[in-house]
Ligand binder design. Structure first.
Ligand SMILES: C[C@H](O)[C@H](O)CC(=O)C(=O)O
Ligand SMILES: [Mg+2]
Length: 394
């Protein structure tokens, strides 16, 4: 069979939720006084949008081959990412074969290393990489999980992230991860309130349901240690992203300091095999949480996951909807998945990247049959009602 070549790469920007899931309206639980590294400034404490968490918006990458097949993906990155796609990285994609994914990744990464390596540039590379996997799946008429070697289980099991683990329990999820509301600048009273919120939730869900705390990089080592110790009596399963992603030394110390049985997790703002190598070799955590749309895409996640396996660490990707479902299905060291509750009150299951994707599967009773992921590529289409904007062209 002749292998098609890639003819066009296009980058668009979209606003309003979706892959940039922090880009929500007023009153959403995800923007309600959540502890962040900016919480030390009172004026940026109440809302993450106030410091600009949603300035970028969604990046949509489309790749089209010589036979008219189109692969696409969404991630965070917006207009600056669209610029990088069109003005820089497109040259490594156009003209390549649809199977050249590994070489394209290598060229994108090393040609942008002098200004890239992490953050926006790796989000951008991830978006292109996911679009290429989607295209390959469409060309081969196979879902991405089959291209990755096939599913190792019949269904995925999910925990839910959101303000209402008690409702998530009723919806069949195996656990609930609460956002932490108060950072160190809110002192002892804030710490008390954090523990009270956990205690209230434990009371509501009973003793066996998993409860976790997502600290979104907001703490220091001392506070994180005290929070973990205080949370132990309420059966906290894990403390997530307690420290700055750059503080590998702090994570290694935190992992030693938490009560026995409590897990330390992090990695959603980490990128590439080299970043995760730091986390794994320094003994920073029990579970790594790469975001498929931010860590380098599927091509890089394969490497990150193999490294984690060799360190006996679990890989439970952060959010990222279908892009992580197809991966988690194929790995024994990814025993469950995250579902971000994007309903404003976290009281119902809505597709994580709503409204941008059509055909986006959601867990039912906290589970998803792998047969829900059997369409070619990632099995989703762009919602034609979303207004695509193409700010740059090459
Ligand atoms: C709830 C967290 O602050 C964040 O918005 C999502 C996240 O970190 C996670 O799902 O994990
Ligand atoms: Mg998190």
């Amino acid at each position: 069979m002749a292998i098609p070549t890639i003819k066009h790469v296009r980058a668009f920007v979209l606003r309003g939720g979706g892959a940039d899931y922090h880009d929500q309206g007023d009153g959403h639980w995800i923007d309600d006084h959540i502890a962040t590294p900016m919480s030390k400034y009172p004026e940026y404490r109440q809302s993450r949008r106030s410091f600009g968490i949603n300035v970028l918006g969604t990046l949509v990458v489309e790749v089209e081959d010589s036979e008219g097949n189109i692969g696409f993906a969404v991630t965070t990155g917006g207009e600056p990412a669209a610029y990088i796609v069109e003005k820089h990285l497109a040259r490594f994609v156009e003209g390549a074969k649809v199977t050249d994914i590994e070489r394209i990744w290598d060229q994108m990464y090393f040609s942008s290393q002098y200004y890239g390596r992490k953050g926006l540039v790796i989000n951008t590379i991830s978006g292109i990489d996911l679009a290429l996997w989607d295209l390959l799946g469409k060309v081969r008429k196979e879902p991405v999980h089959q291209l990755l070697g096939g599913a190792v289980r019949d269904e995925l099991q999910f925990y839910a992230t959101g303000a209402r683990p008690d409702l998530a329990q009723k919806m069949g999820f195996i656990g609930g991860k609460l956002p932490l509301h108060h950072g160190p600048a809110e002192g002892e009273e804030g710490l008390r309130k954090n523990l009270e919120a956990l205690a209230v939730m434990r009371e509501r869900v009973g003793k066996d349901f998993w409860l976790m705390l997502d600290c979104w990089m907001s703490l220091d080592l001392n506070y994180a240690t005290r929070l973990a110790q205080g949370a132990h009596e309420f059966g906290l399963k894990w403390i997530e992203e307690a420290l700055s992603p750059d503080d590998y030394w702090g994570y290694a110390a935190l992992k030693k300091a938490v009560p026995p049985g409590m897990l330390v997790t992090t990695g959603e703002h980490e990128a590439t095999r080299w970043g995760f190598r730091m986390l794994l070799e320094m003994g920073c955590c029990d579970i790594i949480q790469p975001d498929v749309g931010w860590c380098g895409g599927i091509t890089e996640l394969i490497k990150i996951s193999a490294l984690a396996d060799a360190h006996s660490a679990m890989v439970v990707p952060h959010g990222s909807s279908v892009y992580s479902y197809h991966f988690v299905a194929t790995r024994t060291n990814s025993p469950f998945a995250e579902f971000l509750m994007m309903a404003p009150k976290a009281d119902e299951v809505v597709p994580m990247f709503h409204p941008q994707l059509l055909g986006e599967p959601v867990p039912e009773n906290g589970r998803m049959r792998i047969s829900k992921l059997d369409q070619p590529g990632f099995g989703v289409t762009l919602n034609p009602e979303c207004q695509l904007h193409r700010p740059y062209q090459h």
